[in-house]
Design a binder for this molecule. Sequence first.
Ligand code: URA
Length: 187
Amino acid sequence: MSLEQIEKEIINCQRCNLATNRTKIVFGTGNSEAQIMLIGEGPGKDEDLQGLPFIGKAGQLLDKILAAAEIKRQDVYIANIVKCRPPSNRVPNRQEAAACLPWLWQQIEIIQPQIIVLLGSTALKNLIKPDALITKLRGQWLESKSGIKIMPTYHPAALLRDPARKKPVWEDFQKIRDEYKKIINTN
Ligand code: URA
């Protein structure tokens, strides 16, 4: 199975009620052989219209953070917990996330990243543990059973609301940058 095949398969997805209001499915984008995968929450207005993740204001900030960490956006793969926009950008609920997660697991299996960056609480809770707190776990490396290094950090939209979070996010991305450099230098 390739990423393109999965994307084709889900074009008419009706697994949850987010299908009702979506304009486009936001499957994910980037390098299919990326060493780093970034996972956000769900599409916003701009993403829903264009079918691409992180292209609105939060995405522009993410671009700046990646550039500062010397990570090229074209070298990473970016996806979300849910692939359709929740109404008024509300947090996707457990059923919506559960319906959508099998696609994300398949994407991770195909890409086989060495690093996964969890952008915000929704990604953390749905991929690690429902009661995990982003304020507690951000900035610490976690590891999956298969050895993927996982770094939770704040969502870029949270930085737009609260600029005091910029400093911790920059600290987290410095750790990500250092780990990424190690990986690309040994490959
Ligand atoms: N916020 C997200 O979590 N994902 C996007 O794709 C855009 C904004």
